[in-house]
Design a protein around this ligand. Sequence first.
Ligand code: FEO
Ligand code: CA
Ligand code: CA
Length: 694
Amino acid sequence: MSLKPLALFVNHEGASSRASVTCQYKCGNACSHEVPNASQGEYFRDIARTALSRRGVLRGAGIAVLAVGAGSALAACSDDSANGNVSATDPGGTGGKGGAAPTGTNFDVVAPNTQDAVVIPDGYEQAVVIRWGDPVLPGAPVFDFDNQTGQAQSQQFGFNNDFAGLLPIEGQPDTFLLVVNHEYTSEPFMFSGYDAENPTLEQFQTALAAHGLSVVEVQGESASGKLIPVFGAYNRRITGTTEFLITGPAAGSDFLKTSADPAGTSVLGTFNNCSGGVTPWGTVLSGEENFNPYFANAEMITDPIAAARLKRYGVEGAASERRWERFDKRFDLAQEPNEVNRFGYVVEVNPWDAASAPVKHTALGRFKHEAATVYVTDDGTVVAYSGDDERFDYMYKFVSSRKMMSGNSQASMRHNMTLLDAGTLYVAKFAGNSPDEIDGSGTLPSDGAFDGTGEWIALLRTGEDGKGESLVDGMSAEEVAVFTRQAGDKVGATKMDRPEDFEPNPKTGKVYVALTNNSKRGVDGAASADEANPRNNNKNGQVLELIDDHAGTAFTWNLLLVCGDPQAADTYYGGFDKSSVSPISCPDNLAFDPHGNLWVSTDGNALKSNDGLFSVVLDGPNRGETKQFLSVPKGAETCGPIIGEERIIVCVQHPGELDGADADSPASHWPDGGTNQPRPAVVAVWKPNGRIGA
Ligand code: FEO
Ligand code: CA
Ligand code: CA
């Protein structure tokens, strides 16, 4: 069978379909605000011909990859959702150019659609693992939509699940810790009659507790791919009031001191945790992303240096989106000007110790971390990659000076949880090899690729004693750690189209980056297209492939996908026949299956269909073959994919979050159907008596 062309649903005038209410609560309307990066930078074309060393760049093939996330078996499930168990696929399964679909990608593609359901391939089954409000801790009350409290929510699964990690429990087959980020709250969808101008104390406390992370033990059901949550000893809720320790060069700095924490070494809570990664030593990293909308009264900060720092991070205005400053002064910059400097970090959670304090690692810098994902070289050096998800912001990596200890003793864990506290932080600078042919149209250069070289520019070195050394003229180490975006500005880092998930492939060591979109590229005087960001007014995004000298400072790169309507001239699917691919738009989260295929989930499909999860072949004659595996309900975003042979897990975030809808007028009833409110949930998909994509 040949794959049926799937461009039928494409709206050629499409802009991102993300609802404005999602922008409001998720990222503080970042898209409608001025771009925070007003730096001049170094114009891409000026450096395009710079001869960059390729020393050791191709060494990666021999390097051991110890990343755990993608290779571990999956987990998931509980009850069959009432209206969610839908299969609706186009026939197909072989590529238009390369022949049979490679192992792991052999399934009937799901057609683009706008159903209020999770739509999966024919022959597969699905079930919800856990949803917002389900009990996590023993004694948690049954979810009661109309009578929520902060106390109840602090024991229940939080809102808007994003990243998911699955950690096998040793000695217990098919049993895992499921660790999930709860990125943000959408109060109009959480509370009937919500008054955005006048939230109640109980609503504030509930929302605070609905943020953070959940750790839940889940057990596989032998007859299916379901995963059943249990009240295991590791179960935990981390919320907006959980104590975190601050490590690295910003710990104890004046920038982090508040009246509640005059030492500047501990902070309550974590917010807007978007994606993350499972480390090879068994912890979970989570990125604090759009922390800016939680803080009020930036406009009252008149010191020009402090005001410029706030502006660079998009912290602005008077009242905050959620009005939390009315209930806790730490959210009021006029009273606590430094509290905001305590968010925007990579946090590390040890899910194997429910009493442990999570850590914020300031050596990795402060920006809107989408995630952090780890690669380990053959000498045990740890490389943590992280993108800053904002239009025209940067890509970073941290290279540890300490080496990872193997084994799972307490001593190993203690040591390994310090790996991200000593080493060097770098920012990426790109050069293209077809600079004169980049005109913003997306037309492929005559050498057949958007590609080139790049270098990692060192910003901050953190020593064994935890003290930082600035490598940026005119900035102290503490300033680089806390105002990292401005350090990137000073060294002329390359302005990217919203760098989101940034993941090394455990099979090959190549590194992939989802660049979601950037409709401001080349518009109103903003930076124009360059070879790595080759389209002006970029609505559909691209996926970047790096061959990185992981612990070194050089890389080569190419664009694997230039996303959007396959029929349009400005799209590129890895050289694969575009008449035989699923349309993909706005790539966000990345994952790898056990065979080394890339999987991409989307956020804000600009082609007017629901978001989804797609497989992408990376090697061989099918390179670039892109197939949609599932779609999520209307208004929802596909997050946290985990791709195994037994199961695929996705987080369905903000179902029904459409403009004009709210709890009193729901646009979705997923997953429970009937007249029920939509609830963000984790879903498992499996193939009865078979393996995923086999
Ligand atoms: Fe939370 Fe960058 O998406
Ligand atoms: Ca080129
Ligand atoms: Ca994301």
